[in-house]
Ligand binder design. Structure first.
Ligand code: PMP
Length: 427
């Protein structure tokens, strides 16, 4: 076979070709007996959703096997406009204020491609869902990072994700004339932090003052616990016109493999998002969109009623969260209680004697710990440093992230592994 005489250059991709998920997903498949790593439920989606998919592919309407409208299957954009219209307290046009994407991931990609020009700065709050950084860079932009800073919890109490807060002066110092957008993720992956109204107001005031866009990743909007409220920044004064909301049916209906997501926002922003979509993906799977539309139809009818999946799922997940908190606390892996999402971050400082640190290693300690743990204990997790930029990884290298959207048996198996480990440590 003929070889090319020169290596192919892909300049924009330099430095962003590594992706930790590829490595950690492979480690989990090779070694884990219990996988609390990647964020997906190991329980099925609700029956009404599965049945809707079956109806979509085996029903009379064979057109559901063909292309539909490029910017979103009409029944889905209509129901999303209705639901978000209610949540945002404004009339939404399904054709211009909503666009369907291949999961929230593609919605993020479209937003960064649409809004970030060469040299633009984009503020990212750490810890962050790791794809934000390479996506900003691929668009030619410059990510600017600002960390949530942990405050010590009250004496004798476990830390909460609410103890991780922005320093207002530090946040303000990141805004300048090159700032194009800020990425907000509430509830936040990986911490589970649900931003308070005051925190969102701080961000909103800076966006308005500096005329900055907000890309608001709200994929875990229904997963909030302890009576906390998910607040939409687009509802704060001056924000609707500068915010694109991103959502995911994968997270909403426990069907991550369907890859149905959406963007909601003002037409003057979504028109650019549509341009990226029509010149890349163009179209998302029709049958999956039809089934998700029916899922939302049901949820809108049952809105806030006890039978609603959006009421039931967080209740079940809160119980799972509490089990995991208990089992981690019992072995001395200090959990940070999440207010939302299905993730929990725990402090591994007390386990340093099992997995000694290697001074001067380039690899953050938590990453080596997570690899050691899956190989030696069979438990797969994700190191927290994954969710920080290179310069800040070393400051947050003694935490790991667990996903608790798992069957009771899976969480019990994780507990058994941890208990066994603890017995071995003390014997
Ligand atoms: N945003 C966040 C914060 C996420 O955690 C995820 C999935 N892990 C996504 C976006 C992507 O969602 P989807 O699976 O719908 O593409």
């Amino acid at each position: 076979q003929a070889k090319m005489s020169r290596p192919v250059q892909a300049q924009r991709l330099e430095g962003i070709d590594k992706n930790i998920w590829v490595e950690f997903v492979k480690l989990a498949t090779t070694y884990s007996t219990v996988n609390l790593g990647q964020g997906f439920p190991d329980f099925p989606p609700p029956d009404f959703l599965k049945e809707a998919f079956v109806r979509a592919i085996s029903g009379e309407n064979h057109m559901l096997h063909q292309y539909t409208r490029a910017f979103g299957h009409p029944p889905l954009v209509k129901i999303l406009a209705q639901l978000f219209g209610k949540l945002l307290g404004r009339d939404l046009d399904p054709m211009t204020n909503v666009m369907v994407t291949v999961g929230a991931y593609q919605a993020l990609f479209c937003c960064f491609q649409a809004f970030v020009d060469a040299g633009d700065e984009v503020i990212i709050i750490e810890p962050f869902f790791d794809c934000y950084e390479p996506m900003v860079k691929m668009a030619g932009g410059m990510p600017v990072f600002v960390p949530l800073r942990p405050k010590a919890p009250k004496h004798g109490k476990l830390m909460s994700s609410a103890d991780w807060q922005l320093d207002p002066a530090e946040l303000a110092s990141k805004f300048n004339e090159r700032t194009k957008a800020i990425v907000l993720n509430t509830p936040n992956n990986p911490l589970g932090k649900v931003f308070s109204r005051e925190e969102l107001q701080l961000i909103a005031d800076l966006c308005v003052k500096h005329d900055v866009l907000c890309i608001s990743d709200e994929v875990y909007e229904w997963l909030v616990y302890d009576g906390k409220e998910h607040i939409r920044i687009a509802n704060l004064r001056g924000m609707w016109d500068r915010t694109v909301i991103i959502g995911s049916a994968g997270k909403t209906f426990s069907a991550t493999g369907w890859k149905v997501g959406w963007t909601v926002g003002p037409n003057h922003l979504l028109q650019h998002v549509r341009t990226v979509h029509q010149n890349s993906v163009y179209h998302c799977a029709t049958a999956a969109q039809e089934a998700v539309a029916q899922g939302f139809q049901r949820e809108l009818e049952l809105y806030r009623k006890p039978d609603s999946y959006f009421v039931q799922l967080p209740k079940e997940l809160q119980q799972k969260r509490d089990w995991l908190v208990q089992s981690l606390d019992a072995v001395g892996m200090k959990p940070i209680i999440p207010e939302g999402t299905y993730f929990l971050v725990a402090d591994i400082s007390e386990f340093k004697s099992d997995v000694p640190d290697v001074p001067d290693s380039d690899e953050p300690y938590d990453s080596r710990f997570a690899k050691w743990m899956v190989k030696n204990k069979g438990l797969a997790v994700i190191p927290l440093s994954t969710f920080y930029c290179a310069a800040h990884k070393k400051n947050y290298n003694h935490f790991i992230r667990f996903c608790f959207a798992k069957e009771e048996a899976t969480l019990k198996a994780a507990n058994d592994l941890l208990q066994k480990w603890k017995r071995e440590k003390t014997s």
